[in-house]
Design a protein around this ligand. Structure first.
Ligand code: RIB
Ligand code: CA
Length: 332
């Protein structure tokens, strides 16, 4: 079986947790390690949650603590505390999607040294050229720090498949998607790195909703990981209040890393992030080729296409991919 050598960067949260379960149980992934970042919750909680999930799936994968805060933005994306939007503070919206403590036993395994950015550099420099797929599913702070600290790692990265960005579906602000909005400067460093980047956007993940019936099918598998995934789907169904189903953003990025066919409408385009500190801070600015830049020849050129932007995904493919991982692991 062809294995994808991957590194997951997470802000564990309920959907990050499902991505970790799938990465650990599915043999087509060679998971080199996991790095954590502040995002859905404070770094301590995203890290403890990551350790809980790793232990629940049998352990044996190193977890490296990363950045608490974004590179430059004034946001402190700890769930809702740092948000400047009264709606979120009043309604504790994030807490209902991403509890500070996931419903799993306290972790036995410990975080490993070195910290995330150093581990990323040391691990990537030790790999063959263009051999590792990075899968960031939280704010891209750790990845940006590693790139700025030692750009030799770029040659070791085959491609990046990230969960983030948006064009038609906005959350949590009127202009942006959370992972990008939580650290816009980090996202722009990644987008201007020259790496091969697939953006599994909120447009695509909002397409792929899981229903209560599908949650019950997963729960019936009966293993600890399967019951936990069903709990996460139910948590998100309750928090979203959406009868049509619950989006599981992060595992779709993982699925796309091994099965790009799950992405049904992909647009090669230019993508940059609005770094102004206004209402559009963190906006994913796509395909605006009227913005031209002066090339080395002194002439004006369109912005180069720097992302494969996924707008839609195959809901049935994703569910069967998720179900098959959990059910085949149950038979091992
Ligand atoms: O916008 C969705 C993203 O924000 C997901 O990664 C979710 O975990 C949250 O971090
Ligand atoms: Ca996440």
């Amino acid at each position: 079986m062809k294995q994808e050598r991957i590194i997951l960067d997470v802000d564990t949260g309920s959907d990050d947790a499902v991505a970790i379960v799938c990465a650990m149980l599915e043999e087509e992934y060679d998971l080199l390690g996991i790095t954590t970042v502040g995002g859905n919750c404070e770094l301590k909680n995203t890290t403890d949650n990551t350790l809980r999930v790793v232990d629940a799936c049998g352990g044996g994968v190193s977890v490296h603590m990363g950045s608490e805060l974004p590179l430059a933005s004034t946001l402190v994306p700890w769930g809702i505390q740092g948000m400047t939007l009264p709606h979120y503070e009043k309604n504790n919206v994030f807490g209902s999607f991403h509890p500070d403590r996931l419903p799993l036993p306290d972790p036995i395994s410990k975080v490993q040294e070195p910290r995330a950015a150093v581990w990323l550099i040391e691990t990537l420099l030790a790999q063959p050229d263009y051999s590792v797929t990075l899968i960031p599913v939280g704010p891209e702070t750790n990845i940006a720090l590693a790139i700025r600290a030692d750009d030799r790692i770029l040659k070791k990265i085959k491609r990046v498949v990230l969960m983030g960005g948006t064009h038609d579906v906005y959350y949590p602000t009127q202009a942006a998607e959370f992972n990008i909005w939580a650290d816009p400067e980090a996202a722009e460093i990644l987008l201007t790195s020259g790496l091969d980047i697939t953006m599994v956007s909120l447009d695509a993940t909002s397409d792929v909703l899981l229903t209560e019936e599908q949650s019950q099918m997963i729960r019936a598998i009966g293993t600890v990981p399967a019951v936990f995934v069903a709990d996460m789907i139910d948590q998100r169904l309750k928090a979203s209040g959406n009868n049509a189903g619950a989006a599981l953003h992060d595992p779709l990025a993982l699925c796309a890393a091994a099965h790009p066919e799950v992405l049904t409408d992909v647009w090669d385009t230019s993508c940059h992030i609005d770094l102004g500190r206004g209402y559009a801070y963190g906006e994913t600015v796509l395909g605006r080729n009227y913005m031209q830049v002066k090339g080395e020849d002194g002439m004006l050129h369109d912005l180069p296409n720097n992302v494969h932007y996924a707008r839609k995904a195959d809901r049935e493919f994703f569910f069967h991919w998720l179900y098959d991982i959990l059910s085949s692991a149950a038979n091992h």
